[in-house]
Design a protein around this ligand. Structure first.
Ligand code: FEO
Length: 596
């Protein structure tokens, strides 16, 4: 394998190994990489597993061609790389051992010596000249052990990356890099995403042309690809759009549910459905997929008042590795006292940013009508975005999309010459900044529209998240023509003479109407800004925040009906008339949803 004229590969392939690190199946073996830099001084990077001492020493001596090494650089002390340090030291008594202080402490434990008389301790940023090149050392704690160092050769722009960027598989295995690198990454260092991120930050400034890891191939092309994947993996991001279904099944009934769900997900356009039987398939592959895809379905039986052991083990693996940022759906099976869903949810409760689906599937022994319907609902929920993305399955007239425009909520104040008035709107938008122009749309049925048409001025009060529901009831659900909305409200006025709110706002703007556009039901006022004050640092109240946190939740209490999404008014009845208008906030039938 060619790396450069002076950097040579002297590693070995292990085709005899069954379980790497005593637990990971490696059907295509492993590579233990080792390198030599032949400069004015000769530096050897790491040794190999103890089963390959002679093969490695043969490779080394052949490459040395009669020269003697000056340094053994120890990147990592795990025995798959460090087993031959003592043998090397005996064979080359003049060579110095270069490693981190923690690595020397480990050498003492492994070999009974920390090479006091011939050791070179290096830490972050230390350098070592080999003649034509200078090596710099960079600590990489917990990638994969605490003593790890990486080394950068600025002449050939090579990074000796220790375990990072490694993979399962011997070098002569013909297989995809990402598949076995991902399984290796999440198996070996998945827990230490933050530490990998720290190393990636250190590397961001370095000009790296080649990466020489301790396992897997030397990476010399398209390095951005590998760095991008490491960036996603170490930040627990979503690499591939798709769904993993991980299940256990005792008598095949849970499997039937899983198969039905998998078929439905595929029918609905899920780009990738990966199904794994946790009792029979490779657990490390299941772990890898859970971190690869954005959605995970866990299906298992209630067992000994808990969950089936393979599922518990799987969830333990996920938790150990900081499983986070995923959508999780649960399928439980139980013939009596089912509680698998509850147990799984509790187990995952410490994981960050896990969103459970609204639908949980409850199977009572075997699939029935009810559980089949739940599977259909779950498939709908999991595939909503895939169906909406596809031209042939999308609802292209779903006006609920408009609710996702990031509206704020505002109280617009005005004065008819006698009385102050206030109105809730969500239709304020800054159009330009030079000059500042702000657009405000107001329903023509509102008294404020009539007043502002005549006076040409208004104040826009930006409500903060501190505003309670009573603010919306006061300014939003009744007309200023018939009530005094400022009764009992402390009087504060801006330079244009209009009121601004003494509470619950983070800023206000005084506006002068420059242009009016008739929009049919609404009038659009395009205004200049005559005054603007920031009152507090509180967050702006958005429509979404109002919906989720301020508006009282309607209680169905067995009633059939529809609730106004704007103000919470409940219309009781089986059908909502198409021309129905909310008596409180004057929004139409489109803003109602069925009571749940
Ligand atoms: Fe390849 Fe952490 O040893």
């Amino acid at each position: 394998m060619y790396i450069s004229d002076t950097i040579k590969y002297i590693g070995v392939n292990d085709r005899k190994i069954d379980l790497f690190e005593g637990q990971y199946a490696v059907p295509n073996g492993m590579a233990y990489n080792s390198y030599v830099i032949m400069d004015e001084k000769v530096a050897v990077f790491d040794t190999v597993d103890r089963n390959f001492s002679h093969e490695w020493l043969d490779n080394l001596q052949k490459t040395l061609a009669g020269r003697r090494p000056d340094y053994l650089i120890v990147s990592h002390m795990e025995p798959d790389h460090s087993a031959n340090i003592a043998a090397f030291a005996n064979l080359f008594p003049d060579a110095k051992i270069v490693a981190s202080l923690k690595a020397f402490a480990m050498m003492q434990n492994f070999f009974g010596t920390d090479f006091q008389d011939r050791r070179v301790v290096v830490g972050e940023g230390d350098t070592l000249s080999l003649g034509a090149r200078e090596l710099s050392f960079h600590t990489a704690p917990m990638v994969h052990w605490p003593e790890v160092i990486m080394t950068y050769d600025s002449k050939d722009k090579v990074l000796f990356s220790a375990d990072a960027f490694g993979k399962f598989g011997a070098l002569d295995a013909d297989e995809d890099w990402a598949c076995e690198a991902r399984r290796y990454y999440f198996g070996i260092v998945g827990k230490y995403g933050a530490q990998v991120q720290a190393v990636l930050k250190k590397l961001a400034g370095a000009d790296v042309k080649t990466i020489c890891p301790l396992h897997g191939p030397v990476l010399a092309e398209n390095l951005d690809y590998y760095l991008r994947l490491y960036g996603i993996w170490s930040s627990y991001g979503i690499e591939t759009e798709g769904i993993l279904i991980a299940y256990t099944s005792v008598y095949g009934n849970t499997k039937k549910a899983v198969d039905l769900l998998a078929d439905k997900l595929k029918e609905k356009g899920c780009p990738k459905v990966s199904v794994t039987d946790l009792a029979r398939d490779d657990m490390a592959e299941a772990v890898e997929d859970a971190f690869r895809y954005g959605k995970v379905v866990l299906a298992t039986t209630t067992y000994n008042a808990d969950i089936f052991p393979f599922m518990r083990t799987f969830i333990d693996h996920l938790k150990e590795r900081n499983f986070s940022n995923r959508t999780v759906a649960l399928i439980e099976n139980g013939s009596w006292a089912p509680q698998a869903a509850k147990v799984m949810k509790e187990l995952l409760s410490t994981c960050k940013n896990i969103k459970f689906t609204d639908t949980t599937v409850h199977i009572k022994s075997a699939l029935g009508e009810e559980s089949k319907n739940q599977i259909m609902s779950l498939a709908d929920e999991l595939c909503q975005e895939y169906e909406a993305q596809r031209a042939d399955t999308a609802n292209k007239n779903d006006l609920k999309a408009l609710f996702n425009i990031g509206y704020g909520l505002y109280v617009v104040t005005s004065n008819d010459g006698v009385k102050d008035n206030g109105l809730i709107v969500n239709t304020v938008s800054q159009l330009t900044s030079s000059p500042n122009r702000v657009a405000v749309a107001i329903n023509k049925d509102n008294y404020s529209h009539h007043v502002i048409r005549q006076t040409g001025i208004m104040n826009v009060n930006c409500l903060s998240t501190e505003a309670p529901f009573s603010v919306f009831q006061n300014y939003g659900f009744r007309s200023g023509r018939s009530v005094d909305k400022f009764e009992g409200v402390a009087e504060l006025r801006s330079d244009n003479g209009l009121r601004f709110l003494p509470q619950y706002i983070n800023s206000f703007m005084s506006l002068k109407v420059e242009q009016y556009i008739d929009m049919g039901t609404h009038g659009l006022f395009i205004c200049s800004v005559t005054e603007a004050r920031v009152i507090s640092k509180a967050e702006t109240m958005t429509y979404t925040y109002y919906q989720n946190n301020v508006k009282p939740k309607p209680e169905a209490d067995g009633k059939k009906g529809f609730v106004c999404k704007v103000c919470g008014y409940v219309y009781e009845g089986d059908e909502l008339p198409e021309d129905f208008v909310c008596p409180l906030c004057k929004h139409g039938a489109a803003d109602f949803e069925p009571l749940k």
